[in-house]
Every structure is written in C-alpha cells, then in structure tokens.
Design a protein around this ligand. Structure first.
Ligand code: SF4
Ligand code: SF4
Length: 756
C-alpha cells in the first residue's frame, strides 16, 4: 500500500507517506543465502546472525540504501552467477572485505511502526466489516493457510479482527511443501491451539507419487494439481467438519495484487471465483512484500525458514506455476525432496533430452498427454449409419452411475466384452448439449480415479465416492461436468489433435528477422526494394516471409493492406498494431511468443529454450527464435508499439520480455476481432469470456491476448465499438453472458476501409 525506500541508517526498509503504485517486492536476505551464492568470498558477516543483512528485489541486492550486487542466470541445475556492482569510476560499491552490519530490525520497526499499525488497523477493520456483513448468512469463515509469509501475516490479521471461535484455519497440505514450511506450519498450529483457534490439515487421498503417475506431471496449463491436492481436500475437510455438504463459506486468502499482473486484477470480495459456490475475501490485496515483512517482524510472527535460504516463494517444491532460477536454491536446500519430483518427471514422461526438459522448464509447458509414458488412448470412436460408437478400454468407473447426470433419456446401446465397453448413440446427438454431456459421462467412466473434484463440484450431495462412485437424487445441475473435458485426468492425458501431422515450424526467420532499416527502405519504395537491395538470398527470403505474414505483400506485390497502413503513416501506432495482429495470426513464431510468454515476465534465455523444447524445437533453432525476438524489438514493433524488450550483455542475449503493447485504437480492435473470427473459421458470435480464456486451442488468437488487455479494457473497447460501429459489432450483456456478435457479411478487409 505504502511506497518504500531502502534506509541506509537501519539497513532496513522505510515506508513512505505516498501510496505504492508498483512494488519491486523486496525480501530480506539472510546469511544462508549469502553463503549459498558465495558472497562470503567478498564480504565478511556472521553466518549465524538471526537478522537479515541485505534486501533483494528480484535479482538485485541492496545494502543500506545502495545496490551492491546482482545475480545473473540460474536454473534448477545452474547456480546464478553473482556480479559485484561498481560505481562510475569502476570501484566496487561495497568493497571486498567489508564487514556487513545486520539490519537493525528494532530501529527499522521504530521508524515504521505508525504506518504498520495504520495498515494493520485498516486491514483488520476490512476483515471485521466483511465478517459483520456475512455473519449469520454463511456457514463458516476460514483462513486458507499455506505456511507462506502472506498467509502467516493474514492469519495474524484475522486473529486480531475476529473472535477466536468465529473462524477456523485450514492448511492445504499438498504433500509437496518445503520441509521448512512443515516446520512453520507446526509452529503456527501450536500457537493457534494455545489461542483456542481451530486448526485443521487437509490432504488429498493421493500421495504426489500416485497422482503424478495417474495424471501425468502437472504443467502450467494442466492445473489438475491445484484442484486435486489443494481445493478438493480443503472442501472435503470443511464438509466433514461442518457435517454439511452444501455449506457456503468465506475463505480469507492472502493474495496480493503486487505479486503478478493477474493478481492485480483481483477484487477484495469475490463469489465463486476461487471456488464454485463459495465466497472469498482478499484483505491484503494492496499490501506490498515490504509491508508483509515489516508486519512479520513487527508482530514477531513465525518466519518460514525457507525464505532465509534464498527462496523468494514458499509454495510447492516443484511447482509448474513458479519454475524459475530460484529452483536452484530449492535444489541446494532440499536435494532429496526436489530429487523426488525430478524422478517423477523422468519416470512419467518420455523426452529424448530429459535433462534439458527439466532444467529449462520444458516440463511446465506440457500441453497434453503426448509424451506421458504408458498413455494409450482409452477411447476410440467410429461413425456409421447415423450412429456414433465409442470403444472404451478398461473403464475405471461405472458409466451407469455417470449417466444419471443426464437430463434427458437417450437412445443408447451398450455392451461389455473383455474389459472393453462399447456404446453407440445417434450421431445427430453429438452436437447437442445432451450429446456433449453424454460423451463426458463416458470420458469420466474411462478415466475417473476418484480424485474428488466432481464430488466437491456437486453441492447437492448427489455424487459421492464413499465406497466407490455413487450418484443418487441427481438434480442435473451439470456442475460435475463443469470441468475441462469432464475430467481433470482425461484433460491432462488427452492426445494432441494434430498428432501425426507435421507441426508448423516456429523458427520462421532463422537468424534473419527484419532490421529497422529494411523496413524503412521497403516502405520508401515498395516492392522495388525486394529486387534492389543489398540483402543476401537467405535474408531476402526470410524478409519476404515477414512481409507476407504481415499482410504487406502477396506474390511479390504490395497489397491493399500495405496501401492502407502507408496512408495511416509508416510510424503510426495503428500501423504497427495492425501489422502485429496479422503477424500473430499468420506467423507461427509471433503466435508462439504471444501465446506462450506471459506479459512483463523476464524470461532468461535458457527458460525460452526449455519452453520451446516441447514444441519439438532444437536448441539451435531456439536460439534463432530468441535472437529474432530481439531484432523485432528493434523495429517499430518494439520501439513504437512496445511489443517487447531484451537484455543483451554484449556477450550474450540474457533475457527477453514480452511487454504490454500500446493500447489498440477501437478500429484496430475491430480489425483484430474480425481476424480472430475469420481464423477460427467464421466464429462470428462468442462470449467475452472466450476472448479472455487463452487456454482454448484455436487457430485465431484473441485480441485480448495479442494486446495483453484485461477484461475491463476489453469491455470498454467493445462497448465503444458497439456504439460507434453497430453495423460491424454488437455487444450485449444478459444473465452474466457478455456476448460479442460480429456481422457475418463483413470482413477484416472491410474494417480496413474504415481507416480512410
Ligand atoms: S453435480 Fe449436479 S449433475 Fe453432477 S451429480 Fe451432482 S447434482 Fe448431478
Ligand atoms: S471424473 Fe471427476 S472425480 Fe473422477 S478423476 Fe475426473 S475430475 Fe476427478
């Protein structure tokens, strides 16, 4: 909430009066981290000091108000390199041999205590107010406890706000926590017990060894682990405690907006966003990490030792959502535990270059079950004489139970033989809602291992896995079908649709992505430049590919699109926004950057190489794809539109970052919408949520993803367009469904005429 600065006097942080717009998320650095990184070769300090010595913001280390060192690189197997920073005269800012003085925590707290207390009072009041608003209306209030620093601070705030018996604490034990987290949880549990606060632990019925084998290793877009190991056990535990299956509760969560761009979009109070049918409240939404740490010191709360050992986060040990260079600290600190998950990946996935696959993070990019070992498809399908037949090998649950979730009766024929279930139904049913749900029943029958997700989705209590799957008194609400493919396991093991078909090559420019001067010259003389230039044959071939995918040339001639953007202006933002839309939709390399790189996240080169590996891209090609990104950043796409940035040390391209492009003008958005609809094969009508869901596989790329737009930005643009160009687009909001309708007699090319 408050801005902060580094305080040379105490060696700590100093909160300011002004509000924080952007936090660099500082964290204290203890001697253990300095030891691990090798700072002991430069400075003197007491390795047993209880107080931290420095502060780190990402990879920059601060000592008493000065930036003194940074780390470069680092991955699971590779130690980050330390670099001692120098001043303009080339002198070390913190000279070798300096004896470090620990942060004077007491003095730091004395200087900050008024603001910390104000922050505490404000947050406690928020918690109390929300409690008053929902007390007597809800069945329970609970703290979702993880053992991390935010949740330790959150618990203290809730403890101060509410009567001790008014809430409970539920620790979601994923079985994959840091050993230090378990020690912190034990200490917090003991404090809760002393205070008379109910504390529970919730754990999946599967050990990670079992779930990773059954589902395949988790990945960024295959998030079964959060459900199976966290939300399902917590919900089942609360049901058990309350003795009520259809309870409605409020979950206090330690989410903070400064943690990530996605979290910055969160609101304080939510219904159904974190968990279907449940409320959640994020009282620390505006806190920075500086405030969390000051608060932990101020109230003498438990410090999870994981943070003292260089770990910026304490979540799951091997988490696909936060794999980064701090993985090295995890491996150094907890070699056995990290080794356990490395083994699970090695045992679960077939990849020819396994070390690279793990170390460069390729494993987190898994999008389907293609490389999962022993993953034979369980369902095959044939169609003949107006009927669709499914052959299901070794179903794991009884389809007759799942079928009870259908609203309508269907013409179904089923036969069981040698462990294979064969069912057939009219093909005409396939496109109906009943047909889709029917199909999901058989997917569930084929894949279900009773992870509990369907049970927790069923709030009527009809579905239970007690003594095997049993469905009774189903009200056909469909909530158990409200899961990707109907089953998390089936989704994680699904075969890629394009299996057997050669994938489009992502490396479209080799080492010859366009240079700014090529673009200037091309716009000066048009196709004349393609015949009269100093480029080599490979350079010109790749440049033509760029111009063609950008829509600027076709068959070696300039296009109507070229004329339009030339009239708009070679340096105009709209020009480059339109070019970007074309490139992302037509060029697999630009498409890959946009679909696979989170905006504002700094990707070390090794990370990108790892992320490309599951797409079949060899390291050499991956390096070309990296270099092309840098080149593109130097063209107006980067300079004018702010598509991305890079860090090049002169010896090597260290990192690349996709940045949020300039906000598109309404007409560019309209063009992007039509382009999306056309690429998706005439998809003229879709909900806004479809544009915001980037996990759906489709040919067209959502304008929201191209321009990194948040939902409210999209809403504003769509509302504006519906007012100014109603013959091209309508945008209606009914029953929570925000529907975008494009005119099916208009085209993206037609939108270009509006620029005249
Ligand atoms: S979630 Fe709904 S459809 Fe599924 S079993 Fe429960 S009541 Fe039936
Ligand atoms: S069908 Fe439902 S309960 Fe069974 S494994 Fe799949 S998601 Fe879990």
């Amino acid at each position: 909430m408050y801005a902060y600065s580094h305080d040379p006097e105490t060696g700590g942080l100093l909160l300011a009066d002004s509000l924080s717009e952007f936090s660099k998320e500082p964290r204290p650095v203890w001697a253990s981290e300095l030891d691990l990184l090798g700072f002991g070769d430069f400075w003197k300090y007491d390795s047993s000091s209880a107080a931290p010595y420095l502060w780190a913001e990402s990879n920059i280390y601060w000592y008493r108000g000065k930036k003194v060192a940074k780390t470069n690189g680092g991955s699971l197997y590779e130690k980050p390199e330390i670099e001692i920073l120098r001043d303009e005269n080339g002198e070390e800012i913190l000279p070798k041999g300096t004896s470090l003085i620990p942060v004077d925590v007491e003095a730091m707290l004395t200087k900050n205590h008024l603001r910390i207390e104000a922050l505490e009072t404000l947050t406690v009041k928020k918690i109390y107010d929300i409690y008053r608003k929902y007390d007597k209306k809800l069945d329970c209030f609970h703290v979702a406890f993880s053992g991390g620093k935010d949740s330790i601070a959150l618990l203290e705030l809730v403890r101060r706000a509410l009567p001790r018996t008014a809430f409970m604490v539920v620790f979601g034990d994923t079985g994959m926590e840091f050993p230090d987290t378990y020690r912190a949880v034990d200490a917090v549990e003991a404090r809760c017990k002393e205070d008379g606060i109910a504390f529970y632990r919730a754990k999946s019925r599967f050990a990670p060894e079992e779930s990773w084998r059954l589902f395949g290793p988790p990945a960024r877009v295959l998030r079964w682990c959060c459900t199976v190991h966290k939300s399902v056990p917590q919900t089942l535990k609360i049901r058990e405690i309350l003795g009520k299956r259809d309870y409605t509760g409020m979950d206090f969560v330690g989410v903070r907006g400064h943690e990530s761009a996605t979290r910055a979009e969160y609101e304080y109070e939510n219904y159904g966003k974190k968990q279907k049918g449940q409320y959640s409240y994020n009282p620390m939404l505006e806190w920075t990490s500086a405030e969390v740490w000051l608060y932990i010191f101020f109230r003498g709360l438990v410090v999870n030792e994981a943070y003292t050992k260089g770990n910026a986060r304490a979540g799951c040990l091997f988490c696909p959502h936060s794999a980064d260079k701090s993985d090295w600290f995890r491996r150094m600190n907890y070699p056995d535990e990290v080794g356990r998950f490395e083994r699970l990946i090695r045992e679960g996935v077939d990849d020819p270059s396994m070390d690279t696959y793990i170390s460069c993070g390729g494993w987190i990019e898994r999008r389907n079950g293609r490389d999962v070992k022993d993953n034979e498809p369980k369902i095959s399908e044939t169609s003949a004489d107006g009927r669709t037949t499914l052959h299901i090998a070794k179903p794991t649950t009884d389809w007759r139970e799942w079928i009870k979730t259908l609203n309508d009766s269907v013409d179904l024929e089923a036969a069981d033989s040698d462990g294979t279930l064969t069912v057939s139904y009219p093909t005409a049913l396939s496109k109906t809602a009943t047909g889709k749900r029917l199909r999901q029943c058989f997917i569930k029958a084929a894949y279900c291992v009773e992870c509990g997700a369907c049970e927790t989705n069923c709030r009527s209590g009809a579905l239970s896995f007690k003594n095997g799957l049993h469905i009774e008194n189903c009200i056909h609400c469909g909530q158990c079908h409200n899961i990707e493919m109907g089953c998390y396991r089936a989704d994680s093991l699904k075969r890629p649709e394009n299996e057997g078909i050669k994938m489009k090559s992502i490396n479209t420019f080799a080492d010859h992505a366009p240079k700014p001067e090529w673009i200037t010259d091309f716009f000066a003389v048009g196709t004349e430049y393609l015949m009269n230039n100093t480029l080599g044959p490979m350079q010109i071939a790749k440049y033509k590919r760029f111009l063609s995918d950008a829509g600027l040339i076709a068959k070696n001639k300039t296009t109507a699109f070229y004329e339009t953007v030339k009239a708009i202006g070679v340096n105009a933002e709209d020009t480059w926004a339109l070019v970007l839309v074309n490139l992302v939709n037509e060029n697999p390399q630009l498409e890959w950057y946009v679909r696979n790189m989170d905006v504002e996240r700094v990707y070390e080169s090794q990370e990108i190489i790892g992320a490309l590996a599951p797409f079949g891209v060899k390291e050499k090609d991956a390096r070309s794809i990296l270099k092309s990104f840098k080149r593109l950043c130097e063209t107006p796409l980067g300079k004018r539109l702010k598509f991305g940035t890079f860090v090049d040390t002169g010896h090597a391209l260290q990192s690349i970052t996709r940045t949020k492009p300039e906000k598109p003008s309404p007409l560019v958005m309209l063009y992007a919408l039509y382009k999306f609809a056309e690429k998706c094969g005439g998809y003229w009508e879709f909900p806004l949520s479809r544009l915001m869901d980037f996990t759906i596989e489709a040919e067209g790329v959502s304008p929201a993803q191209i321009f990194a737009l948040a939902r409210d930005e999209m809403e504003a643009l769509l509302n504006g367009l519906a007012r100014t160009n109603p013959d091209f687009v309508t945008f209606t909001t009914t029953h929570d469904l925000e529907l975008v309708r494009l005119a099916d007699d208009k085209t993206a090319t037609g939108v270009l005429s509006l620029f005249n």
